[in-house]
Design a protein around this ligand. Structure first.
Ligand code: PMM
Length: 290
């Protein structure tokens, strides 16, 4: 299918349809609460490896106002070692299994592996969040096509092992957009309707601080694809560049960026500190709409 036909088929409504749900755009971005069941993620690594603690944390994120929970079993921080499939399955499936029936909100699985995605969908996840947009595992689009799950496609230059070595773009916004449109076309060609797809420019994935800032300013261009846009900026390293703060001191910076992203129309924010960001956004929008 060519790009013009694909554009013509797109609704431009930015609604997101998956698993018998249809999420329309709303005045505030929806919040994806982060649950990393990894020993080595950059900010919360090791905190939620025990299944019961992970489940309690997911329930707390829901109570704090998360709209969905993202469960990941492989760290993608710069330089992280890859995790083999059996270990990733061992980390995420029991958690998703326990959350099914306890959570009212949908679960996404943060994985680049089609088998992990497939098992997670069986266990109760309704969304696949693939930070490689199907580039790591060519079977990912097929697994998604065989389900009615939501699909998040993210841009990354290189791999987590190499991506921060020398990120380079001639025009970061144009190149990220082109990649995301091509990956969306590939998923559509495999049988995933575009209404099920969300796009993410991949903050921190093979980007300098300047690249990240350009992408954070490009929400309108990203949304011109017709698809909802997710941003994962929470506690990330560009905030060190902006504020000089280490990872445990980046909540205020994350909140400031969240408000700017809400103002420019981002549809979903992937965040650690759900309650603080929910409160900040609600206070901001109450004043704005008064
Ligand atoms: N960032 C991380 C992991 N998964 N998924 C999406 N869609 N977007 C992101 O920006 C993203 C992601 C790395 O951050 P973490 O270690 O805090 O989970």
């Amino acid at each position: 299918m060519n790009a013009h036909l694909l554009r013509a088929l797109m609704t431009q409504s930015h609604s997101w349809s998956f698993a018998n749900r249809c999420w329309q755009p709303q005045s505030l971005p929806r919040l994806m609460g982060i649950l990393n069941v990894t020993p080595d993620s950059f900010s919360d690594g090791g905190s939620w490896c025990d299944v019961s603690r992970a489940v309690d944390h997911a329930l707390a994120l829901e109570a704090d106002g998360a709209d969905l929970i993202d469960v990941g079993g492989e760290s993608t921080r710069p330089g992280a070692e890859p995790v083999d499939e059996s270990e990733e399955l061992r980390r995420v499936i029991p958690v998703i299994d326990r959350l099914r029936g306890q959570l009212q909100i949908p679960i996404s699985v943060d994985t680049m592996k089609s088998r992990v995605a497939a098992e997670a969908l069986i266990a109760g996840a309704q969304i696949v969040n693939d930070v490689s947009a199907g580039m790591f595992d060519a079977n990912m689009a097929h697994v998604c096509a065989n389900s009615d799950c939501g699909v998040i496609l993210m841009h990354m230059q290189g791999t987590p092992q190499t991506m921060q070595q020398e990120p380079h773009y001639d025009d970061v916004v144009a190149e990220v957009l082109q990649f995301l449109e091509e990956r969306m076309q590939a998923f559509v060609a495999s049988g995933v309707s575009c209404e099920r797809i969300v796009l993410d420019p991949g903050i921190g994935f093979g980007k300098t601080a300047a690249h990240n800032l350009s992408l954070l300013k490009a929400i309108p261009q990203l949304r011109a694809t017709g698809r909802p846009v997710l941003i994962g900026h929470s506690r990330k390293r560009f905030l060190k560049h902006l504020l000089g703060r280490d990872v445990e001191e980046r909540q205020a910076g994350t909140i400031g960026v969240s408000i700017a992203l809400a103002e420019s129309g981002a549809d979903l924010l992937r965040v650690h500190d759900v309650r603080a960001i929910r409160d900040a956004l609600q206070a901001w929008v109450s004043l704005r709409d008064r």
